[in-house]
Design a protein around this ligand. Sequence first.
Ligand code: ADP
Ligand code: ZN
Ligand code: ZN
Length: 727
Amino acid sequence: MSPQILKIALDLPLNRLFDYASNGFKAQVGSRTVVSFAGRNLVGIVMEIAQTSDIAIDKLKPVIHVFEDVVFDAKAFKLLKFCADYYHYPLGQTLISALPLRLRQIKPAVTRKSYVYALNPQANLNKIPKKQIVLHKIVHALQASTHANSSVLAEISPGWRKAIFQLKERGWVTETEVVAVKPSLSSSNVEPDLNSDQQIAIQAILDETNNFKPWLLYGITGSGKTEVYIQLLQKILAEKDAQALILVPEINLTPQLEARFRSRLSQYTLVTLHSNLSESERLQNWLAASTGAAKIVIGTRLSIFTPMPNLQLIIIDEEHDGSYKQQDGMRYHARDVAMVRAKQLNIPIVLGSATPSLETWYQAKKRQYNLLCLKERAVVDAALPKIHCIDVAKSPTENGLSPFLIAAMRERLKRGEQSLLFINRRGYAPVIHCNACQWIASCMRCSARLVVHLSQKRLKCHHCGHEQKIPLQCPSCGNPDLSPIGQATQRLEQTLTMLFPGARIARVDRDSVRNKDVLTNLLTQVQNKEIDILVGTQMLAKGHDFPHLTLVGVIDTDTALFSPDFRASERLFSQLMQVSGRAGRAEIAGEVLIQTAFPQHALFDALKNQNYATYADDLLDERAVMHFPPTSYFALLKAEASDFKQVSQFLNIATNLARTISKEVTIYDPVRPQMERLKNMERGQLLLQATSRQILQRLLKIWMPRLREEKSASKIRWALDIDPIEF
Ligand code: ADP
Ligand code: ZN
Ligand code: ZN
């Protein structure tokens, strides 16, 4: 018998497979292997098993090892191959980057079993020496509940494993293996009767479960979209041995959502996949999904690649959210990949949003996607908030706050209700400025201003992480009178503390909330009315329930209103809609006050009427006139180097080459992006525009391999961004 040849994908920027001899190992397509490449050992994935190779058989290197784990099935391969093609990213790198970190390492994948521990009656605390603090703590914890799992114990002490071992030795503790840890039942366990819009939505989807059908579930915050997801899952999971994947923007920001799914679908094993898990948790959850043991996966964008053998439904919550787009490596859009996956598997996909992306809206208008509307708030009596603009020209602000807004907040304090101030900028002030010579602190490495962080007495670049002390005097003229200009979360917090000395104020931004626990605690405090005023960034806008909040103030949106980014208004609208949705969720009607110098702007009109549809239609018309997405397709070639000459040389070559390849694609001249310099790199970019994906792809297929061979390409960093969302 002729020897087996394994064609292996490796994590290398080369768009080809590598042949190795199987070396007697039993390998399958999808097996994880270890091979030697250019003197290094690398993890590779078997893509094909063949009998022949272009390389002489005796020259073939043997594989070093083949692991037992088969990490990708045929369906996963099909999806990943599509992505490598569509995004013009090397297949090996596409495959490897879809794996959890632990599987990219040269180690077998061990499925760790979960156990719960219970105290036996003969356990006796008095027999444990006082010094053994960990043992005491663990026994106390076990006494307090019927049983505890590893994560509970790990929180009590990092030394819990040893303690449990000792307790088992003494026969004081019983260990039981569990398939899935049942969550404790919480109060949100009640199952509301669906309103008619919700019933229609669920029935429509259930009637088409065996077909590829994209559904747009369109309804404002509080209209009951999540309830639709939950009851849909209950139906689909009960009928067949199915799995479902739910994509969410940032799970850390929505602990309530996860808890709600867990308690309402407690009979199904549910795992989460996101970057805040430890690597070993991530591996275990990934394995649970890929073996089919986990029925429900809730994850952020990368989880779209998780193999799930019985996947029957994909849900994308807040489908318009920008975090679904990966911004480096393979620059995929998880929503688009999800659409392809659903199509390949012939299953339904549900996109939920109060403010759908224009891409999705456009497809719904063309009836490519099926529109399902939830027209009202689900909770009876929950009125929509009243939205007003405060014209800051007529009512000037002091320290960022207009007298109207201050009065409205004072009123809330008096009534014992909560207020929220939304400003999408963290730090103390966005600029520090010299009053004598107009000097402004900017980052040495980026074309960006340095942001003042007063509490730490530092200036920080929010783009590259550069930090420095706040200078005592102007570095340019020596003037000691430097003033911070503009508003950001910390400064507003300070102002509020002075205005409302008795009020309990909390700030929520990436500096104050570093992990999920901090946020969860804060949200609980808000629920318990232990906080009067919240100040924060869009972290606060995401699906949190604030029943006692009746006022939302929006500070400084005007920069976004006139941003050169063509998606800025779309984004601003959805942010404002989302943050407005925080006001008046329970019985008390809410009010939203927006400070702006442009109260007549069409965006605010639409927002006041909660009329996204009309506004989205207008934006779509504008895009069509400009030939912007979604009515046309973009690809962006980005390049950077420490010397701009090299960037421009490469981009000029690329431009000329593209122009000779295609007459159908519009190839613009290379330009510098808004942020010309980032992390000491000079940047440039080239925009391609086409009327269809096919036309664009036809050019890219010829262009990309030729670019890779260009000499000027090897001297710089460059990347292709298909369907870019910002530039
Ligand atoms: P969304 O996801 O659109 O923001 P949710 O599903 O979270 O909306 O619903 C908002 C609130 O209304 C939740 O507290 C939910 O439990 C409740 N709710 C949803 N549907 C119903 C219903 N049919 N009857 C009563 N309450 C409902
Ligand atoms: Zn100066
Ligand atoms: Zn910088």
